[in-house]
Design a protein. Structure first.
Length: 486
């Protein structure tokens, strides 16, 4: 069967929000200590931040990073992590059965974000914390009046407010594993009261509701109650998911694209229905503020997942889904950024870029601002409970300022290269096109300190004239093609 991709610049799906390329950092394992922050290391600056980590993360161009959790935040006291370091007290962390020294906290995180050129996104404790603690944190960070909390921040060396824009209320409150797990009714009430006082402190902040992480049968009820009771206080409905290949079934793994589509479509539909039913003035967006592949490493390994090429393909499948749902999905946060289920892995001597780093970098750097409704046809495969799935998985974007189209293509064939023709409905390509391919010798190939470049990105040019171009898509690969349109 001929494989073809059709591009029509008049068929758009929505505006692509840069926040789709966000990250997440939690006090868990070596994400903060030994990852982001390692005072005394020859690889760190005087501020304790790893310079090599900063350099690597800058390549990902993350517009915002979520912090400090994650499960950790449901037992966290933000006051423990501010002020002179010699006065900070270590606390037991029940979420991950560890001890938190609190030498890295709010101000260190904001400093890290400023160095990285990204926005901080803070999650407040809605587990064993209360609304007073939450609203105090907003005032400490963003307050400008002559209050005790503003004076406290200034005494810590921060005269100007941090202007933290994004605030999440709780983390995975639907999970029984969470400190302060809440029923749908309990969380809807808590969110309403937390959100109300936090907004009173700073009306400009954007609030995220912890809508769904367990995908238990009550997730629809949870979202509905949140929208009924606090619809005007919700800027984003946050959902989480992690996926993996425990069955060691490559075809089933590649078919997870259908699960991503189903979950996003269902969440968007529910939000649209409740927005209409409640007569809300604006529709909350979807935030997938934790997502990734995670199934091998547990708490005893510090969640230090070693990724292979097939994991990189699935990361690209998830990003394709976000782009195709750009009208409703306005934030996504890869979990996490360093060492813990992360694209970057460190050692005392250096770091390695994991396989999943490479597709994320390409998507973040080359994506346009408008999602295009690309259509495609061609070879099919069966995976899991699905039959007749297209081997190619495709998303596309347009940069209206440069009139450049970007194509994001995952070839899900384990052993077959595919020739695909890309056709324009109108206009012509201003070639040559630039192609970047993420690939390795086989789907099990992984980047390690011993073999750091087993999987990487290769660049090439593709002839592009008139209304069509032909791509040679390698097996088990992610290909990103950019080309001007005249």
């Amino acid at each position: 069967m001929q494989n073809s991709i059709q591009i029509d610049l008049d068929r758009t799906l929505g505006t692509i929000d840069r926040n789709l390329f966000g990250g997440f950092a939690e006090h868990l394992g070596r994400c903060i200590y030994g990852g982001v922050y390692e005072p005394g290391s020859p690889l760190a600056g005087e501020d304790g931040f790893r310079r090599d980590v900063l350099d690597a993360l800058r390549r990902l161009r993350m517009p915002l990073i979520r912090y400090p959790g994650g499960n950790f935040v449901s037992g966290y006291r933000w006051r423990d992590g501010v002020g002179p370091k010699e006065e900070r007290q270590a606390r037991a962390d029940l979420a991950w059965n560890s001890t938190e020294p609190n030498t890295f906290g709010t101000n260190e995180f904001v400093d890290f974000c400023r160095k990285l050129g990204t926005e901080p996104y803070l999650a407040v404790n809605c587990g064993d914390g209360d609304m007073r603690e939450a609203r105090d944190w907003v005032e400490y960070c963003n307050g400008t009046q002559d209050t005790a909390l503003v004076k406290l921040r200034k005494s810590h060396g921060y005269e100007a407010p941090h202007q933290v824009k994004y605030w999440g209320i709780g983390n995975e409150v639907d999970g029984h594993w969470q400190i302060g797990h809440k029923t749908p009714q309990e969380y809807a009430r808590a969110y309403t009261e937390f959100g109300k006082v936090m907004r009173w402190v700073d009306p400009s902040i954007k609030l995220l509701a912890s809508a769904n992480s367990s995908w238990a049968p009550d997730w629809v009820e949870r979202a509905q109650l949140l929208m009924e009771q606090a619809g005007d206080l919700i800027d984003y409905m946050a959902i989480h998911w992690y996926v993996g290949n425990r069955e060691k079934d490559f075809a089933r793994y590649m078919a997870l694209s259908e699960e991503f589509e189903a979950r996003l479509s269902a969440t968007e539909g529910l939000i649209k229905a409740m927005t209409l039913a409640r007569g809300l003035k604006r529709r909350p967006a979807v935030a997938v503020d934790e997502w990734n592949v995670w199934y091998r490493a547990g708490g005893e390994e510090g969640l230090e997942e070693v990724y292979n090429l097939e994991d990189a393909l699935v990361v690209a499948l998830q990003m394709n889904a976000f782009l195709r749902h750009a009208d409703g999905v306005k934030m996504a946060n890869l979990a996490q950024i360093v060492n813990v289920i992360a694209p970057v892995m460190t050692s005392p001597q250096g770091l390695v870029l994991q396989t999943i780093f490479h597709p994320f970098e390409l998507y973040s750097q080359r994506c346009g601002t408008v999602s295009l409704d690309a259509s495609w046809k061609g070879d099919t495969f069966d995976g899991g409970s699905h039959t007749g799935l297209r081997v190619l998985d495709v998303a596309a974007s347009l940069n209206p300022e440069t009139q450049e189209v970007a194509l994001f293509i995952v070839n899900r064939s384990k052993g077959q290269g595919i020739e695909a023709e890309v056709k324009l409905a109108e206009g012509s390509f201003r070639g040559p096109a630039k192609a970047a391919v993420v690939n390795g010798p086989d789907v099990e190939a992984a980047n390690t300190f011993e073999a750091p470049e087993a999987v990487g990105t290769r660049e090439s040019e593709v002839a592009a004239e008139g209304r069509s171009l032909v791509l040679q898509l390698e097996p088990h690969s992610v290909t990103v093609v950019t080309c001007g349109i005249g």
